[in-house]
Structure formats: C-alpha cells, structure tokens
Design a protein around this ligand. Sequence first.
Ligand code: ADP
Length: 193
Amino acid sequence: MARLIIMGPPGSGKGTQAEHIARHFAVPAISTGDLFRTHVREGTDLGAEAGRYMDRGEFVPDHVTTAMLRERLEKDDAGAGFLLDGYPRTVAQVGALDDLLAVRKQSLEIVLALAVSDDDLIGRMLQRAREQGRSDDTETVIQRRLELYREETQAVIAAYSQRGILISVDGSGDRDSITANAIAAVESGLAGQ
Ligand code: ADP
C-alpha cells in the first residue's frame, strides 16, 4: 500500500516515470492532465471547460480539478493506494487533497520531486510536440506553463518539504536509471517511516 505523489516541471518526464513507478508499487497512476485530455477527447462539458485553460497553459480552476480527482479516488482501484501526477499544483490544492484524504482516514507517504534544468525541459517538450502533437506544447504555452510552475507549484514542493515527506531525485539522464533511482528513493523513504 502506497500513497504517493510525483512532482516535476512540465517536460520533466513525470508522466512516463509515474507509469513505471506506479506499476512497481502496484497502484494506479492518476494524472489530472490525462483525465482532462480524456474529457477533451470525449467532448464532455468538463472537457470543453478544461480545454480552454489547457490550450493557454493556464491552470484549470481548482473546484473543477478537485471534483474530478475526488471522483477518480473513489474508484475501487485507488482504495489500496495511488500515485498522483499533476495534483496538487497549488497550495489551495494541497489543502483540498488533505481534506479528501482525511475523510478516508488516509495520509500521504512520499512526495517525489524530479529535478530537471530548464534547457532540458524546453527541448523535451518541443520534441514531444513533434512526436505527439499535444496542443499545449507550443513555445509560448510552454513558457507560461513553466512560469506557473515556478510561481505556484514550487510552493507546493516547499510545503511537502516542511512536512518531511519530500524526496528529490535527479530527473536528467536516461529514463531507466531515473526510474530505478526514483523507486529506490521511495522504497527507502517508505522503510524509514
Ligand atoms: P504538464 O505537467 O506537462 O504541464 P499535465 O498533463 O500534468 O502536463 O497538465 C496539462 C494541463 O492540464 C495543465 O497545463 C493544466 O492546464 C491542466 N491541469 C493538470 N493538472 C492540473 C491541476 N492539478 N490543476 C489545474 N490544472 C491542471
């Protein structure tokens, strides 16, 4: 049983790492970005609302995001743990997640932060734009996402660091060794709790 969060700037590879790490710990990887993209693809009302923000690199409003996450956490597969990717991104969302977990008498165990330099990030995102055609991977939108990460999401990392549950892992280099380092770091963090 593990309740984990993975954090990292846009382009840090956290989505890919999340999939591998979640598989190792046998918990679902829950990505709010992916949940939104599914809504956009399926043409739901929520997708129409979220898409307007995503295409500009802005955050989708907290109440929309948190309601969607609450619903996802209620599914059976999340009962035994989860790895959140992309939530919380604001200090308000940190509080909202605390409330969601308190209702279930659950707590977070480890927050894993991937550290990657800005140059690497932009290069990776432009490459991803070529490969996957994500509509928010244009240069202006990328800059806005990085800016919001610095302005809003760094404070989330600081909050978890203060709680003593943050583990930082070098996110540059080859994908498999980042995964191996991240898994080892989470395992030793869990063992120390
Ligand atoms: P990245 O980390 O590369 O920006 P994500 O797939 O995690 O990509 O998120 C894509 C977009 O989805 C964000 O730019 C934002 O518009 C929206 N989004 C995802 N998670 C959240 C969240 N927790 N709060 C608000 N908006 C979110």
